[in-house]
Design a protein around this ligand. Sequence first.
Ligand SMILES: Cc1cc2nc3c(=O)[nH]c(=O)nc-3n(C[C@H](O)[C@H](O)[C@H](O)COP(=O)(O)O)c2cc1C
Length: 132
Amino acid sequence: MNNQPWKIAIIKDHYIKTSFAPLTRYSPIIEGAPVLIAVFLDISLSYDRTKDVQAIGACIQNMLLAIHALGLGGVWLGEILKNKDEVSKVLNAPENLELMAVIALGHPAEEGVKRSRKSLEEVVFLNNFLST
Ligand SMILES: Cc1cc2nc3c(=O)[nH]c(=O)nc-3n(C[C@H](O)[C@H](O)[C@H](O)COP(=O)(O)O)c2cc1C
């Protein structure tokens, strides 16, 4: 149905950015980024929550890929969701918007560290989950 259930706030205002910092243990990332992108699900457009949350995840991932392609750096911040109501309040978000993530974005200060991934054997199975 092409409902495009996202609403996005781009935040450059110093005061708003500062008020986000105490809401997450990743405050240094928030404070170090010149721009934040707050991504919301518009629940008034949603008829299947799982599908629409997946759509938001794809939206966020596409933004991260575009950020990377522009030579910038972006970090997906999910831990701040524990304070999503406070974030919504600071942004004057209407009731129908639910925070899904904040992206911190800027010029990377250093090359990213390559993070580990689980082995394929741990996550991919052939035919059924009994295979080894
Ligand atoms: C759903 C989701 C939520 C995340 N939340 C945070 C977060 O709150 N803080 C943070 O520093 N990184 C967060 N990340 C980034 C992950 O820590 C990072 O993707 C992971 O360590 C793997 O690193 P890589 O993507 O550079 O390979 C999140 C990533 C995802 C997919």
